[in-house]
Each structure stands twice: as structure tokens, then as C-alpha cells.
Design a protein around this ligand. Structure first.
Ligand code: FES
Length: 123
């Protein structure tokens, strides 16, 4: 099962220094949960993925598949839809690698890192 992990403490660039309002990541988590709806995706929130300077951040992961970290999202419904669409492709893919031509436009330019699965001896 592919899991979307949303950083709930992230602040989008426009409000990065704002310590009064709730973190953007809280709203992003709600938007992603709504966009994921009845899909087989799992959605969870965690506090800080240690990429605070390029929030909002998220990770897409699944057992035995490549993990991807994405950031620089505004945390709105459009971002949520793009992230969910990408996660569905990740779920369908072999090894978590989605061909570039299939990437939803909304995730392009948002990739931060990828991490191979721990048991990947070929990579
Ligand atoms: S607050 Fe989101 S990565 Fe640190």
C-alpha cells in the first residue's frame, strides 16, 4: 500500500515566518485526505520531515518501492489533487518509479529527493 505522509508543521513560503496562524501543513493534510477519498492510498500526518525551508513537504512511500520526497507546495486543493494523482501512479508502478511522461503537471518541479528501498540490493 502506498502511503502519503504530510508534514503537518510545514508553512508555505508566503507564511514561513508567521507563528500566529496554524501551520499550512494542517490544511494540506485535510486537503490530501479529501482528495484521496475512497482510493486505496493511506494518508498520515507527521510533525516535520526536516525540510522546513522548502515546505510544504510530503513523502510518498510503499514497501519495496522507491520513496519520494516532494516539497514547495502551497498546500491547497490543487496541490493535494496532484499529489494524490501521483501517489496513485506510484501505487500502480513497479518499484515506485513513475515515468516522467505520466507525472501530473502539479508535481513537476516539486521533487526534493528519492530514497531506494532498504532491501534493494541491485541499486
Ligand atoms: S516543518 Fe515541515 S519539514 Fe520541518
Amino acid at each position: 500500500m502506498t502511503t502519503i505522509t504530510i508534514c503537518t508543521t510545514c508553512r508555505a513560503e508566503a507564511t514561513r515566518e508567521d507563528r500566529e496562524s496554524p501551520p499550512t501543513g494542517e490544511a494540506f493534510l485535510r486537503a490530501v485526505m479529501e482528495a484521496a477519498g475512497a482510493t486505496p492510498l493511506r494518508v498520515r500526518g507527521v510533525a516535520c520531515l526536516m525540510g522546513c525551508n522548502h515546505g510544504c513537504n510530503a513523502a510518498i512511500s510503499a514497501p519495496d518501492k522507491m520513496t519520494y520526497v516532494l516539497g514547495r507546495f502551497d498546500g491547497n486543493a490543487t496541490d493535494a489533487r496532484a499529489l494524490v494523482d501521483y501517489a496513485l501512479l506510484h501505487a500502480e508502478s513497479s518499484g515506485g518509479i513513475v515515468p516522467f511522461r505520466q507525472w501530473p503537471a502539479g508535481v513537476k518541479g516539486h521533487f526534493i529527493a528519492r530514497v531506494p528501498p532498504l532491501d534493494d540490493e541491485a541499486g
